[in-house]
Design a protein around this ligand. Structure first.
Ligand code: NAP
Length: 477
């Protein structure tokens, strides 16, 4: 165990395995080492496959009711230890305390939702139209699920995969991001304490990501890949899974438009914008990336957003007085600073709305006005507290600009009333649309994207089906 109450070994077959090589976990607010965790080799990755394969033989036939009870206990344990979880998240990821607590609670909810779904997996029965046979459909667990998660929601991205997989009767090998492994190890420990049998949950942390992951994907005992991360890595993994025609669920990057149409309530749009942009310091795949505001409201919207940004206090996330924490690493902060330099070279006024500490991976929030659609801030996923504002003249123009991207995860629509909002939502090319609100994510809702934002859905009723195979029995009854 680290001083943060998180285990530091690999979890293989119910045992915490220490490795000779270690992976250092940094606190991005101070650039100091928080802990060292295991650094798995290819052989240890394959040990995890063996453990998950062995675990699957009994877990897949364990009554759904029993699987549900393990998940329910995990929900209860996690809910009673939210502060422990939030502390680990905030320290290794950098995010503000309020965001970390919000994530911990959201993450726990996936255990509750899928504990309820575990015992509701449906089958089907009907006669073939010619009455020559009956058609019975069954849903069976796919098998060993390999899961790769990003650093921006280290708890929720893990539970959004682990909970449906275990509910379906699959076993898991989780590979968390190298920047934030402690949260995933803590979540796995919760499942162990909740009674998940040996081999049902395995966790591999590694710096040899490509090699370990390729070996796991090539192993025929692995039945599915569930990936959350960048579109770039997702495409690379899809090429590998194509080799084995491996089912793959992909939750990828975003470039969410936040569109304020004529007649919308500007103050309500500002409240929504603060959530859609600033949750997680802007480091969310669902973060509002580009603000399109009708020309009649643009100046007012920009001034009010600047005032709201100016009030934000930036500093170590673990200090509850701060509204914005650190970016996950100096590298991630520098990517955002480079994007701002490009924007300045494009002639835009780049002035911070507030201040940030000089040491640590901090960045002040920025509102960038008079941005042209198509410039760097509108075509790149910013992943930080920067809000570019573009104005538009007609509804068609606003919709066209919003859809003019290869991504399609989420759109935010502010309209004069919910009815107009729904009409506009139908024109958005995204898997999710938040109408007159700044947050859409919910464990009970299907989360996922269109276009290059992904394949499949997590959460809701759909989430468990990413881990189930449909099997049809033709019988003469
Ligand atoms: P990333 O660089 O794609 O990394 C995500 C995961 O992929 C990490 O665990 C990483 O491991 C692993 N990885 C990297 N290279 C790999 C390879 N060659 N083979 C196998 N795995 C590999 O993304 P990120 O920077 O962590 O996360 C930010 C991105 O995730 C953004 O684009 C964001 O939009 C997206 N995201 C999407 C969703 C969604 O639900 N749609 C949710 C959250 C985030 P290492 O850390 O060891 O490199």
């Amino acid at each position: 165990m680290s001083t943060l109450s998180a285990p530091t070994g690999l979890l293989i077959g119910g045992e915490w395995v220490q490795t000779e090589r270690r992976l250092a976990v940094m606190d991005p607010a101070t650039f100091t080492v928080l802990a060292e965790v295991g650094d798995a080799s290819v052989a240890e990755g394959l040990d995890a496959v063996s453990a998950a394969w062995d675990g699957f033989q009994s877990w897949s036939v364990t009554p759904a009711r029993v699987r549900a009870e393990v998940l329910r206990r995990a929900f209860e344990i996690m809910s009673s230890e939210l502060e422990t979880c939030a502390r680990i998240i905030s320290l290794e990821n950098g995010k503000a305390w309020r965001d970390a607590m919000g994530e911990a609670a959201y993450a726990a909810e996936f255990f509750r939702w899928f504990s309820e779904e575990a015992s509701r997996i449906e089958g089907g029965f009907r006669y073939a139209p010619g009455r020559d046979k009956t058609i019975i459909t069954d849903h069976r667990p796919m098998g060993v699920a390999f899961m790769i998660t990003p650093w921006n929601f280290p708890a929720a991205m893990a539970t959004r995969k682990l909970a449906p997989a275990l509910a379906a009767g699959c076993t898991a090998i989780l590979k968390p991001a190298s920047e934030t492994p402690l949260t995933a190890l803590w979540v796995a420990d919760v499942l162990q304490r909740a009674g998940a049998p040996a081999g049902v949950v395995n966790v591999i942390t590694t710096t040899r990501t490509g090699d370990v992951s390729s070996a796991i994907l090539a192993d025929r005992r692995v039945a599915t890949l569930s990936f959350t991360g960048s579109t770039f890595v997702g495409k690379m993994l899809l090429k590998q899974t194509a080799e084995r025609v491996l089912p793959s669920s992909m939750e990828l990057g975003g470039n969410a438009p936040f569109v304020v149409f004529e007649g919308a309530d500007v103050d309500a749009a500002i409240s929504g914008a603060m959530v859609a942009k600033m949750r997680n310091g802007g480091a969310a795949c669902t973060a509002a990336n580009r603000f399109y505001v009708h020309e009649s409201l643009a100046a007012q919207f920009a001034t009010k957003l600047e005032t709201a940004f100016a009030a934000l206090k930036v500093g170590p996330g673990i200090d509850q007085a701060n509204d914005l924490g650190a970016m996950v690493s100096g590298k991630e902060r520098d990517k955002i600073l480079e994007l701002l330099e490009t924007a300045a070279a494009e002639g835009l006024d780049i002035t911070p709305a507030s201040t940030a500490p000089a040491t640590g991976a901090f960045i002040a929030p920025y509102v960038v006005k008079d941005v042209l659609h198509g410039s760097a801030l509108t075509t790149n996923e910013i992943f930080g507290p920067v809000a570019p504002i573009v104005s538009f003249a007609t509804e068609d123009e606003g919709v066209a600009m919003a859809n003019d991207t290869e991504y399609g995860l989420i759109s935010y629509v502010y309209a004069k009333d919910p009815g107009s909002g729904v009409k506009l939502a139908r024109r958005m090319e995204s898997g999710m649309v938040a109408i007159n609100r700044g947050l859409a994510s919910d464990p009970a809702a299907p989360f996922g994207g269109m276009k290059e934002s992904g394949l499949g859905r997590e959460g809701g009723f759909a989430g468990i089906h990413e881990f189930l195979e449909t099997q049809y029995y033709a019988v003469d009854l």
